[in-house]
Design a binder for this molecule. Structure first.
Ligand SMILES: [Fe+2]
Length: 446
């Protein structure tokens, strides 16, 4: 099956983008535009037609909005809110709080490798990259993007109660099987709760940042936890872009961009009318995972609360996508689809040195390459359900990858709810040195 050579490895955290700006302003997805069936689980012929053509579908009121209240209450108690003076009763404090966030953005952590302590401790010789470097994703990721101030609360994404009322909700699972077809992999985490704050009207003008996430996801899902009006930071996407990108990949299940992929992205950004997902709490957008998307522009009122989710079929997978910190001035390198990490001695980095940090994109529910390297199919939906079969609850309960790899994910004792995440591990703990600068990572896929 894998006679195709492994392509050059990519940074697992990188998104795909091109320099050209998108030309059109987004239009809102008003309910009056929904195809018949938007209020029911399942797929109407019009919805199937739309998904095949445009790669997206919105289901209204898919999850009861009141289920989110305890999570939103918890959100308002978190340090990025309380320590930056964002006050629930005072909407004027919600505007552009990014200038009040600590530059380290490290709230909510105990003394693990992603916390304030230098890894693995202040006294030890540091077996990794430059002292002070941040290692891996943080459970609270606060950014001042070109569009907005955004807080990605990844740490809540593995909270069992949060997963139960979002990706794991029976109606979301039902729709995943209706679209993708079974066997659906039972979700154990999602990317968490993404909050977009209103822009400062006095600040620089916001612009969209269209990109594609290029991971192994098959179905991207966005659920609103609170109502989102037009112009208020709604998830923005380019309908039909998956149809343009899919045939340009070298592979069907692992995205491998080619020159044609960048041309397709430029074309999509100039020719496609982007849409801004607007709706009520519980409304859920399902997209083909190659959908070009952006955080929405927020020049209105209120905070946009969305749960960003990745759903997949249960299918044979191989090793995890690791990325390895450089040392002694050497660059960061990534493992390829064969599980090989190559460290170049020419950079001054000692390739045999296994004391260096290795991280992965722990915010994902599926984090391992798909075994198959087959090329894209003629019909990109030939394996999908889209009305072919009755939904039967064909769900596979795979052990989460972090348990299989013995990695910590859940908050430990003393850490608050909504924290946790996988810290860096040492290269020698996940791979074996084969000489000549080559390390081979160990595989623990099912
Ligand atoms: Fe993205």
């Amino acid at each position: 099956m894998n006679q195709r050579l492994a392509p050059a490895p990519e940074d697992p955290e990188s998104a795909m983008g091109t320099k050209s700006p998108s030309t059109l302003a987004a239009l809102p997805t008003l309910r009056v535009h929904d195809p018949v069936g938007a209020h029911q689980c399942g797929l109407s012929p019009k919805e199937i037609e739309q998904f095949r053509r445009d790669g997206y579908l919105i289901k209204r009121d898919l999850v009861p909005g009141e289920l989110f209240q305890p999570i939103l209450d918890l959100w308002w108690q978190q340090p990025p809110v309380t320590e930056s003076g964002v006050i629930r009763e005072q909407p004027e404090t919600w505007v552009s709080p990014g200038d009040r966030w600590l530059s380290e953005n490290r709230w909510g952590l105990t003394n693990n490798w992603m916390g304030e302590n230098v890894w693995p401790g202040p006294e030890a010789a540091r077996p990794g990259a430059t002292v002070g470097d941040r290692v891996g994703r943080l459970p609270y990721k606060l950014t001042r993007d070109r569009t907005n101030d955004v807080w990605r609360w990844h740490g809540i994404g593995h909270d069992p109660e949060f997963v139960a009322c979002t990706t794991g909700h029976p109606n979301v699972m039902y729709m995943a099987e209706a679209l993708l077809g079974g066997p659906i992999k039972k979700p154990y985490r999602n990317r968490g709760l993404y909050a977009v704050f209103p822009c400062d009207p006095e600040g620089p003008e916001s612009i969209l940042g269209p990109h594609m996430d290029q991971n192994m996801t098959e179905l991207m899902v966005v659920t609103y936890l609170h109502d989102v009006e037009p112009g208020c930071g709604g998830f923005t996407f380019w309908p039909g872009s998956p149809q343009m990108l899919y045939p340009t990949s070298q592979q069907a299940f692992n995205w491998v961009a080619t020159g044609a992929s960048y041309e397709a992205m430029d074309k999509a950004k100039t020719e496609i009318q982007p849409l801004e997902f607007t709706g009520k709490a519980g409304d859920t957008l399902f997209c083909h995972a190659l959908m070009i998307h952006s955080a929405g522009i927020h020049q209105g009122q209120g905070i946009r609360f969305a749960c960003i989710q990745d759903m997949n079929k249960s299918r044979p997978r191989t090793h995890m996508r690791w990325t390895v910190a450089g040392k002694h001035g050497g660059p960061r390198v990534h493992c390829d689809m064969d599980g090989i990490i190559r460290i170049d001695r020419e950079t001054g980095d000692d390739p045999a040195d296994g004391d260096r940090e290795v991280t992965n994109q722990w915010i994902m529910d599926s984090n391992e390459f798909v075994v198959s390297r087959e090329p894209p199919h003629v019909d990109m939906f030939d394996e999908w359900n889209l009305g072919k079969a009755v939904v039967s609850g064909n769900i596979v309960d795979e052990q989460p990858w972090w348990e299989r790899y013995d990695l910590p994910m859940m908050p430990e004792e003393g850490m608050g709810r909504g924290t946790g995440g996988v810290p860096a591990v040492a290269l020698k703990d996940i791979a074996d040195y084969e000489g000549n600068g080559v390390w081979r990572v160990r595989r623990r896929a099912i």
